[in-house]
Design a protein around this ligand. Structure first.
Ligand code: SF4
Length: 773
C-alpha cells in the first residue's frame, strides 16, 4: 500500500520544504565570468522572457531580458526569485525505493526494473487500464507530446490525464464550442487597443502580473475597465465599474448583460448574419434575463449590470478576459460560452482591439492542452474518439490502429477510480494532486490504496511522499524544448545546466521505461528536437497545427503563434517535415475576416440556461467558500514554498472575511478560526478585509497538509470539461478552540524548515551537497 513511510516531521527534515535564500556561492556584486542564457520563467502561463546567469553548471542569478516582446524585461516576484530553485538543498539527486523506515538509495537500474515489473504485474492481473498516468503542464511541448504517446503506446493504458484539467479545460471546451479552436483569440498586443476591457473571475494583478501592464496601457489610451469578481482584487480596486457578484452566479450576470445589449440594439447584426450560427436561440434564451432578474441572483445592482452592458456594447472595440474564477465551476464551460455569446453578439472578435481570451494559468498550460496528454485527445488537438484522427496519428507513430487505447478517465476520475479499487498502479510526473485536487482527505485515502506508485519529479511533493519508487527528473533549466504561452506564442526553453547528481532528463527516463516495456521501437529519439519534429508532423492538419514551426524560426522571431501550418512558396507540400522550413508567419490574431474554425467558417452561439452550483449555502453551512492564488506563490507550491523570499512575502494561508461577517462571528484579524465544510476542516488565522463580499470567505490554496484549502473543496465536476468546482463550496466559520489552535500552530511549524536551522553535517542534505559536487 502506498502509504507515506515517514511522519510529517521526518519528511520535513529529510526532504523539506527547506527555505532557500541564496544561490550557490552566495550573492556577488560582480559576476563577470557568469554566462548569460536567454530562456523563460518556469512558472505561470505568461512565460516571461528571462536571462539566467550561469556559473559552474549552476544557475546563480538573472538579468532582465528586455528584447523579449511580451514582458520587455519586467518580471513578477516569482520570476525574480525563480533562480533560487536551482541547486536547492531539497533537490532529488538519486533514485529511491520506499522501505518501512523511509527511503533507501537505489540504482537507476533497480528503480526502473521495479517500476516496470510492477506495471507488468498489475496490468497482467487487472488489465491494461488498471495502471494510470498523471502528468503536468510545467512540461515542455515535447515532453507533453511524449507523455501522451508513452501512456498510449508504452503503458498501453487509456487512463492518462494532466493537471491542466484543474486549470484551463473549461475555457478550452467553451472555446471549441464557440469558435472551433482552443486558443487565446489574440496576441496580448491587441489589449492596449481596446476601448473597453471586461475582466471577470480573474485576479490579474496577482496571478498574471505582466498582463497588468497591457491593461494600464489600454487605460492610458482612454479604455474603461469593468471588473466582476466576488473579491475586490487589487486590479478591481482601480476599475471604472466593479461588479461584486456572488460566487457561482457568473452566467446569470452575463445573460443579464446580453439581454440589455439585445434590448438596446447594441448587437452587430451584420457580423451576426455573416459569421455566426444560432443567435435566434440565444436571443430567446436571454429574453427573460432582465437586469433585475440577474441582480436577484448575482447580488449586483441592476443599474450596474445595465451600465456594464452598455459600456461593453457601445464601445467600438473591446476585450473580455477571464480565468479560473469563472472556469473552476461545475458551470465553467457554460460561463465561457456566455462570454463568447457577448463577444459574438457585438462583433468584438477577430479584429484589432477586439478579443475574448482565458488567461492561461500554468506554465505550458496552452501547449500542454494541445499535444495529447489529455485523456480524450491526440496531438494537434485531435479527438481520440474520431476514427480519422486516430488513423492519422497511428500512421505517424507506426502503430496498429487497434492498439491505440480509447478515451480514458480525467484527473479527478482517476483518483476516484483508485479510491474505488479500479485503478491499482500509478506513474506520475510533475503533478501534486494531494494539494491541487479537491477533497484532499479523499485523495489521500485513494493514494494509500495504490498497489504501486512511481513518481518522476525534482522535489518530493506531498503526493510523491506516497511513492514506492522515486525517479529524480529535470528542472526547467536542465532540459531544452518549446513551450506555448497563454497568448498562443510558441517559445524556446533553453537548458544552460545539466541535471545534478544522478538526476536525469524526464524524456530520457520515459524512453528508458518504454524500452524496458518492450516498446522501445516507437521511441527512437536522440534529442528533444527530434521529438519536436515528430510533434510537428503529428499536429499537421489538426487545429493546433505546429507543422510550420521550427526551433530556428521560434528563436529568430522571439516566438511563433500557432496555427502555423507547413506552407511553402509552392503551396502545401507532402514532403517530409524535417526537410522544409515554412513561409507561414504564424497567427497572432485568430478569426480575422470573421473566419472561425468550423467547416462552414461560422462561429457558434451556444444557449446557456441559468442553474445553481453543485453546493449552495444552507442553515448548516451558511457561508460561501472560495479559493485562489497569492502573488508570491504558484499553484501547489512544490517549487515556490521552497524559495525563502517568496514564503516570507506570504508565509501561511489566512482566511479572508468581511468586517460585517467578522462582527457577526466575533472574529478579529489574527484570531485563529476553524473553517468546516462537508469534506473537512482547517484552522488558520483570520484576515478581516473590506475587499470581499460579506457572504463569502476566501483562502489561498498553495499549501498542503492541515493548511490545505482543498480539505474543504468538493469533487463535483463540470459535465463537459470535468474541471472540479474549486471556486464554489460552502462552510461554517467560528473561533477555534484552544486544542485546534495548537493543531493550527503545529501545521504551520511543519510547513517548512529554514536551511540555517539544519544541524551541521545534517544527514541527507550533506549527502546531497556531496553529490552535487
Ligand atoms: S510567474 Fe508568470 S508573470 Fe511572474 S515572471 Fe513568471 S511568467 Fe512572468
Amino acid at each position: 500500500m502506498a502509504r507515506p513511510p515517514l511522519s510529517r516531521e521526518e519528511f520535513l527534515q529529510e526532504f523539506g520544504p527547506t527555505l532557500h535564500y541564496a544561490p550557490p556561492g552566495g550573492f556577488r556584486t560582480v559576476d563577470d565570468d557568469a554566462a548569460l542564457v536567454d530562456t523563460h520563467c518556469c512558472f505561470c502561463g505568461q512565460q516571461c522572457g528571462i536571462r539566467l546567469k550561469v556559473k559552474d553548471n549552476a544557475v546563480v542569478g538573472f538579468e532582465p531580458r528586455y528584447e523579449f516582446p511580451f514582458n520587455k524585461g519586467k518580471l513578477c516576484p516569482k520570476g525574480i526569485k525563480r533562480y533560487l530553485q536551482g541547486s536547492h538543498p531539497d533537490r532529488l539527486l538519486h533514485p529511491m525505493r520506499r522501505t518501512p523506515d523511509g527511503y533507501e538509495r537505489v540504482t537507476w537500474d533497480e528503480a526502473l526494473s521495479e517500476t516496470v515489473s510492477k506495471i507488468r504485474e498489475i496490468q497482467a492481473k487487472y488489465g491494461k487500464d488498471s495502471f494510470a498516468m498523471l502528468s503536468g503542464v510545467s512540461l515542455t511541448n515535447e515532453k507533453s507530446y511524449l507523455v501522451g504517446k508513452f501512456a498510449r503506446v508504452a503503458l498501453q493504458t487509456a487512463n492518462l490525464d494532466y493537471n491542466g484539467r484543474l486549470c484551463m479545460v473549461s475555457a478550452g471546451a467553451g472555446n471549441k464550442k464557440a469558435y472551433g479552436i482552443d486558443r487565446a483569440s489574440n496576441a496580448w498586443d491587441d489589449i492596449p487597443r481596446a476601448k473597453v476591457i471586461f475582466a471577470i473571475g480573474t485576479n490579474i494583478a496577482e496571478c498574471f502580473p505582466i498582463t497588468t501592464d497591457y491593461i494600464w496601457r489600454a487605460r492610458d489610451a482612454g479604455a474603461r475597465l469593468i471588473y466582476a469578481d466576488p473579491r475586490m482584487v487589487p486590479m478591481a480596486r482601480t476599475a471604472d465599474l466593479f461588479l461584486p457578484l456572488r460566487i457561482g452566479s457568473d452566467s446569470a450576470l452575463l445573460m443579464g448583460m446580453l439581454h440589455v445589449i439585445i434590448r438596446d440594439g447594441l448587437t452587430d447584426e451584420a457580423f451576426i448574419q455573416a459569421h455566426t450560427v444560432g443567435f435566434d436561440d440565444v436571443r430567446a434564451a436571454v429574453s427573460h434575463a432582465t437586469p433585475e432578474w440577474a441582480a436577484e441572483i448575482t447580488g449586483v445592482p441592476a443599474e450596474k449590470i445595465e451600465l456594464a452592458a452598455r459600456w461593453y456594447g457601445e464601445a467600438e472595440t473591446g476585450f473580455i478576459l477571464h480565468a479560473r474564477g469563472l472556469e473552476h465551476q461545475t458551470k465553467g464551460v457554460e460561463n465561457v460560452m456566455s462570454c463568447a455569446n457577448l463577444a459574438l453578439a457585438t462583433g468584438k472578435i477577430g479584429r484589432e482591439g477586439c478579443g475574448h481570451s482565458t488567461i492561461t494559468g500554468q506554465g505550458n498550460g496552452q501547449g500542454g492542452r494541445e499535444h495529447g496528454h489529455k485523456c480524450d485527445q491526440l496531438p494537434g488537438n485531435r479527438d481520440i474518439t474520431n476514427p480519422e484522427h486516430r488513423r492519422y496519428i497511428c500512421d505517424v507513430w507506426g502503430l496498429p490502429e487497434e492498439e491505440l487505447p480509447g478515451k480514458g478517465l480525467t484527473a479527478q476520475e482517476i483518483l476516484n477510480a483508485i479510491h474505488a479499487g479500479e485503478i491499482k498502479g500509478l506513474l506520475s510526473i510533475c503533478f501534486n494532486p494531494l494539494v491541487s485536487l479537491p477533497d484532499a482527505n479523499f485523495n489521500r485515502e485513494a493514494l494509500n490504496k495504490l498497489e504501486h506508485y512511481s513518481v518522476i519529479d525534482f522535489f518530493l511533493s506531498e503526493t510523491a511522499e506516497h511513492a514506492d519508487i522515486v525517479l529524480p527528473g529535470s528542472l526547467h533549466e536542465e532540459d531544452e524544448g518549446t513551450s506555448t504561452s497563454g497568448e498562443g506564442r510558441v517559445i524556446k526553453i533553453n537548458a544552460p545546466v545539466t541535471p545534478p547528481g544522478e538526476a536525469r532528463r524526464d524524456w530520457e527516463i520515459l524512453l528508458d521505461i518504454a524500452q524496458r516495456l518492450g516498446r522501445g521501437r516507437y521511441f527512437q529519439y536522440g534529442s528533444t528536437q527530434e521529438i519536436f519534429n515528430e510533434l510537428r508532423l503529428a499536429s499537421r492538419g489538426g487545429t493546433a497545427d505546429y507543422s510550420g514551426i521550427t526551433w530556428e524560426k521560434v528563436v529568430n522571431n522571439q516566438g511563433v503563434f500557432w496555427p502555423c501550418p507547413q506552407v511553402t512558396e509552392r503551396g502545401n507540400t507532402t514532403m517530409h517535415i524535417e526537410e522544409l522550413d515554412s513561409v507561414h508567419p504564424g497567427t497572432p490574431r485568430l478569426f480575422e475576416g470573421g473566419q472561425f474554425y468550423f467547416p462552414d467558417g461560422r462561429a457558434r452561439f451556444n444557449v446557456v440556461k441559468w442553474r445553481e452550483s453543485a453546493e449552495v449555502v444552507d442553515d448548516e453551512y451558511p457561508v460561501w467558500f472560495t479559493t485562489g492564488r497569492v502573488v508570491s506563490q504558484y499553484l501547489s507550491g512544490t517549487q515556490t514554498r521552497r524559495i525563502g523570499p517568496l514564503v516570507d512575502q506570504f508565509p501561511h494561508p489566512k482566511l479572508e472575511l468581511h468586517p460585517r461577517l467578522a462582527r457577526q462571528l466575533g472574529i478579529q484579524t489574527d484570531d485563529w478560526v476553524t473553517v468546516t465544510s462537508r469534506r473537512g476542516q482547517v484552522t488558520i488565522q483570520a484576515n478581516v478585509v473590506n475587499t470581499i463580499r460579506p457572504d463569502t470567505v476566501f483562502m489561498a490554496y498553495h499549501w498542503g497538509g492541515r493548511q490545505s484549502a482543498n480539505l474543504l473543496t468538493q469533487r463535483a465536476l463540470d459535465p463537459i470539461s470535468k474541471i472540479p468546482e474549486f471556486k464554489v463550496s460552502t462552510c461554517q466559520v467560528r473561533l477555534a478552540t484552544p486544542e485546534e489552535i495548537v493543531e493550527g500552530e503545529n501545521a504551520r511549524r511543519l510547513s517548512a524548515v529554514t536551511e540555517k536551522n539544519l544541524p551541521a553535517g545534517y544527514g541527507l542534505n550533506a549527502r546531497r551537497q556531496e553529490l552535487r559536487r
